[in-house]
Design a protein around this ligand. Structure first.
Ligand SMILES: [Ca+2]
Ligand SMILES: [Ca+2]
Length: 282
């Protein structure tokens, strides 16, 4: 046997080298140690591989978990964006509806105010009509029963009318005579009802006297015409119209020609109404 250290021949089964004193390792023992170390090395490698695989597994798990989390966050963000979009649309619609509501409320208020104004106008006309009817009733006290019947007729048939609407009905050339201060052919009474100046032949000074203008449908108080409206006039046929904006002057709209016949003030009306020709003229 040879010493592995000093390479000299030594007796078999020596525990130490007699030459260099180095402990002798026998082949069987060396084989065991090598096997042991090989086993230890493989064990170490195995543990390393297991640790490595464990780490890989852990990384994959973490990666998967993170990916899921990111996907989840992304999905939530997307839903949030969609919700924001929906909210934006809803807010816009809400604003639009609020605007519409405001407009409707404004219209309603405007119409309500218009109704109030009309109601007031109606009340005024009604009050004036009532006042005229009272005047007729008072006048009636001094009349004979036959004349009283005529007044009853006026009260029953009389309809209040504004001056503006009255202008739409042509004036008949009848019963316009009487006390005539300016001598233009229109009685002072008729001029008061027509709104012209009883002291001027030509109230607006345009070269045409008041009666000419009235009978031809022109405005005796200025430029333009009276705005005759035969559709309107025809609807008033057969009615006794009372000037609620004047002194209660009465006009009768003939059923034939649709012209208005001056009946005068309440106190004079009966005299005219007895003249049958004005009721039947064609
Ligand atoms: Ca006159
Ligand atoms: Ca004139």
């Amino acid at each position: 046997m040879i010493c592995f250290n000093c390479r000299k021949q030594i007796p078999d089964n020596s525990e130490t080298c007699p030459s260099c004193g180095r402990p002798i390792v026998h082949r069987e023992q060396l084989g065991k140690e090598i096997s042991l170390r090989r086993y230890q090395r493989w064990f170490f490698y195995g543990v390393l591989v297991l640790i490595f695989l464990g780490m890989i597994l852990a990384i994959v798990k973490i990666y998967n978990a993170n990916t899921k989390l990111l996907l989840s966050v992304s999905s939530v963000q997307k839903e949030l964006e969609e919700a924001k979009g929906t909210l934006g649309t809803t807010e816009a619609e809400l604003a639009q509806r609020e605007e519409l509501l405001k407009q409707v409320q404004a219209d309603l208020l405007e119409k309500s105010q218009a109704v109030d104004v009309k109601t007031e106008e109606f009340k005024t006309v009604l009050n004036e009509k009532t006042a005229i009817e009272e005047k007729y009733s008072q006048s009636q006290l001094d009349l004979s029963s036959a004349e009283a019947n005529i007044y009853n007729l006026i009260i029953r048939l009389g309809v209040g009318i504004s001056n503006e609407n009255l202008k739409k009905i042509p004036v008949a050339d009848a019963n316009l005579e009487g006390d005539d201060t300016d001598g233009d052919g229109l009685s002072d009474l008729a001029e008061e009802a027509l709104g012209t100046d009883a002291a001027k032949v030509d109230t607006d000074g345009d070269g045409y006297n008041d009666k000419q203008e009235i009978l031809t449908g022109f405005n005796p108080l200025g430029a333009g015409n009276l705005g005759i409206d035969m559709d309107f006039a025809n609807k008033q046929k057969g009615k006794i119209l009372l000037q609620v904006e004047g002194h209660g002057e009465a006009w009768y709209v003939n059923t034939g020609d649709g012209e208005r016949y001056f009946l005068g003030k309440p106190a004079d009306a009966f005299r005219i109404m007895r003249s049958v020709e004005y009721w039947t003229k064609k």
